[in-house]
Design a protein around this ligand. Structure first.
Ligand SMILES: Cc1cc2nc3c(=O)[nH]c(=O)nc-3n(C[C@H](O)[C@H](O)[C@H](O)COP(=O)(O)OP(=O)(O)OC[C@H]3O[C@@H](n4cnc5c(N)ncnc54)[C@H](O)[C@@H]3O)c2cc1C
Length: 414
């Protein structure tokens, strides 16, 4: 694999940058693999990478019905944090955070991980009590977390208006949290997985899951039948559709979630500010766009659009909190289909079908988990056992009632 470094940049500069290799191959699917991952988003590609890297598996394919990262991975607003409430989720997201901290070096691809801090605003006394409880729980789990006063918030974002219709009383603050470049994450994992022999096959929709005697034997795809004893479904908003092909009914609802970006501005916004109460959050990309997100559209569906009133409500909140942005023009708006579980936590699990594994339910907040999700999913697929970090995220918690209720820490999510 071509190594990215200052030297390779200089070498290619003198040859007019015409010598760069393709980042990954486009192979024809083989007739048989040891494991197949359905879904070429960040989580599926990370699963393939760690299967090859940590578990030495080589005959692996990732099947993507469209193009790499064309799902939620490249539609999300890229907030990365690990300050959830419950031990199970904090430890899982913190594993991901530690992987993020070395990811660009590990996969030799700049994912532009920027630890600029994330702030969750509190607007009521109850918000502040919840924040104090969560910050305390985070610290017990070794996660960096602080409670900020209004004056400390102003010191970080001087132009924020704290006297809105919902006055800001304080915030939680995770200094190690931040943002990363979403498509670089998909491309970086794809390139690193490909270099370890993983076949990445785009334009290859999975249309059926063939089983014999209660075990997976292969997949029907747009490019023919592929034999395999292990299938990992990592398809976010389309997870229920895929699981239904194996007669599994998931406790997942698929909803549109919207985001929008402004025209580019000079660097002005130094961190990420989120408000669960008014359903809005904002950061600034390295290109200069303000990146703004909303709460989910309440209806279920697969159209990657969303409705105008959700955006209008979000922009009202943003302008109220940041009046200096009132005349900034918005450039683009889009939606992705998020897979929402009843307790706002993922499902990373074996299924009742032998050899069939599922990774879904990340809802509005799975980008931050991408490396950690792939890491534990690879362990689960390779060993046929969950890792200690994802054991609590099994499908059977919806029968046993051992839910991990993260709605408080993940309401507007991300
Ligand atoms: C607007 C928006 C903002 C968000 N903001 C944040 C945020 O700030 N922070 C955060 O942590 N998370 C955020 N999220 C959530 C995050 O994007 C997702 O949880 C995460 O990206 C899911 O990754 P994935 O790889 O599982 O899914 P995806 O990237 O959606 O990948 C799934 C892939 O499966 C493919 N697929 C589906 N069906 C089939 C089939 N039959 N055959 C083959 N392939 C198939 C799809 O084409 C898709 O490419 C946001 C989501 C949206 C939509």
């Amino acid at each position: 694999m071509q190594h990215f470094s200052i030297w390779s940049l200089l070498r290619n500069a003198v040859s007019y940058h015409e010598g760069w290799q393709r980042q990954w191959r486009s192979p024809q699917p083989r007739s048989e693999y040891d494991a197949v991952i359905v879904g070429g988003g960040g989580h599926g590609l990370a699963t393939a990478y760690y299967l090859a890297k940590e578990h030495g598996m080589r005959r692996i394919a990732v099947l993507e019905r469209g193009y790499l990262g064309g799902g939620n991975t490249a539609r999300n607003t890229t907030i990365v944090r690990s300050n959830y409430l419950w031990d199970e989720s904090t430890q899982l997201y913190e594993k991901a955070m530690k992987l993020w901290e070395g990811l660009s070096q590990d996969i030799n691809y700049n994912v532009m991980f920027s630890q600029r801090g994330v702030m969750n605003l509190g607007h009521t006394l109850q918000d502040m009590r919840d924040i104090e409880r969560r910050v305390g729980a985070n610290r017990l789990n070794g996660v960096d977390a602080e409670v900020l006063s209004p004056a400390q918030i102003k010191a970080i974002v001087p132009f924020i208006n704290l006297q809105t219709r919902y006055p800001v009383l304080g915030a939680s603050w995770q200094p190690r949290a931040g943002v990363a470049r979403h498509d670089a994450v998909a491309w970086g994992f794809a390139r690193a997985a490909d270099a370890r022999g993983v076949d990445i096959i785009q334009n290859c929709e999975v249309t059926g899951i063939r089983r014999e005697n209660g075990a997976v034997v292969g997949l029907e795809t747009a490019q023919g039948f592929i034999k395999t004893p292990k299938v990992a479904l990592v398809a976010a908003g389309h997870s229920s559709v895929l699981a239904a092909m194996a007669d599994i009914r998931l406790p997942i609802e698929s909803h549109p979630l919207q985001a929008l970006v402004s025209e580019p501005l000079k660097p002005i916004f130094p961190t990420v500010v989120m408000s669960n109460a008014i359903h809005a959050y904002i950061s600034q990309s390295d290109k200069g766009d303000l990146v703004i997100g909303a709460g989910i559209d309440q209806y279920s569906g697969y159209g990657q659009r969303g409705s105008y009133h959700t955006i209008e409500h979000t922009l009202q909140a943003i302008v109220e909190m940041f009046p200096i942005f009132s005349r900034v023009r918005m450039n683009r708006q889009w939606g992705g289909i998020v897979d929402v579980s009843p307790d706002a936590c993922p499902i990373i699990s074996r299924t009742p079908v032998k050899g069939l594994y599922i990774n879904c339910g990340w809802g509005t907040g799975g980008f931050k988990a991408t490396p950690g999700s792939g890491w534990v999913m690879a362990h689960t697929v390779a060993t046929d056992q969950p890792h200690a970090l994802n054991a609590a995220f099994a499908l059977d918690r919806f029968y046993s009632g051992h839910l991990i209720d993260e709605h408080g820490a993940a309401a507007v999510a991300h």
